[in-house]
Ligand binder design. Structure first.
Ligand code: GLP
Length: 271
């Protein structure tokens, strides 16, 4: 489904910045945003041979994965089967100290949203091991596994309210590689809902792919949804690349596309 480009409105921006060069798609609502993301995911999943997918977690991705499951399950079996049998994805990040069986882990989220509904081989859906004894070494090994699998073809990204992608918390330079990071209080607050609403219950450490690995992907889909993201999206569209806004280092990526809904753009809702 093609999502028509809608008008821009303050406060987000009055005209798209030069670096965006027509690579912004604006959907009227989160449901149609999810369909637009799935259009692009399916195009990549149908290609053969194909490189690993880079996947993200978070609330932005929940409608995306629901739409992806629905549309994959609606395909004729002869089309669906090679897509599922050839699945290979690498998630961006995982909390340190959470067992993959813990329902609050990103591993559990991936099982709920993709592995179980699609009947995927769990071994084809990779995430960092949050229980690794040495998280820094695990981060290094995980990046090596991504590289050994051929590197990321299409990287799906959400946007943190503080400008993080993955768990690349500000300040962060463009060459930061896969590592163990300390989460900022802002991120602990943002993700507290999955931890009974208590920011102090959110793990302090996480393993994340770095901006270096993310920027090595052929294509990047940055998906931004909802009015709470309007301030950070506005910053991304207005500010030049700098360390306090990690997502801004994606601006120069030739394969970047921004898929957003009107609420995230600060645009009026329209029917
Ligand atoms: C989280 C994750 C990111 C995610 C982002 C946005 O903390 N580490 O991978 O994309 O922040 O999350 P949400 O979609 O819930 O707003």
């Amino acid at each position: 489904m093609d999502v028509p480009l809608r008008g821009y409105a303050e406060p987000a921006l009055s005209a798209p910045p030069d670096w965006l060069g027509g690579r912004l798609e604006v959907a009227p609502d989160p449901a149609r945003l999810a369909e637009a993301v799935v259009d692009r995911l399916l195009a990549v999943l149908r290609a053969s041979p194909r490189r690993p997918l880079g996947l993200a977690t978070g609330r932005t991705m929940e409608p995306v994965y629901a739409a992806l499951v629905r549309r994959l399950l609606a395909l004729p079996p002869l089309e669906r089967q090679p897509i599922l049998a050839g699945w290979c994805s690498f998630n961006l990040d995982e909390y340190v100290g959470l067992d993959p069986a813990d329902p609050r882990s990103f591993a559990a989220a991936m099982r709920r949203h993709l592995v179980e509904p699609l009947g995927l081989d769990p071994a084809a859906v990779h995430l960092p091991d949050g229980l690794a004894g040495d998280p820094s070494r695990e981060a290094h090994l995980y990046a090596a596994a991504v590289a050994a699998a051929g590197g990321i073809g299409l990287q799906l990204l959400g946007l943190g309210a503080n400008g993080h992608v993955g768990f690349n918390e500000p300040p962060c330079g463009p060459a930061a590689s896969s590592r163990c990071v300390r989460l900022t209080p802002a991120t602990q607050r943002q993700n507290a809902a999955a931890f009974g609403g208590d920011p102090a219950a959110v793990p302090e450490l996480a393993i994340t792919l770095g901006l270096a690995e993310i920027r090595r992907a052929d294509a990047i889909l940055l998906v931004v949804s909802g009015p709470a993201k309007a301030p950070v999206l506005g910053r991304l569209l207005r500010e030049p690349p700098h360390a306090d806004l990690p997502a801004s280092w994606l601006q120069g990526h030739p394969g970047l596309r921004l898929l957003v809904d009107e609420a995230a753009l600060g645009a009026r809702a329209s029917g």
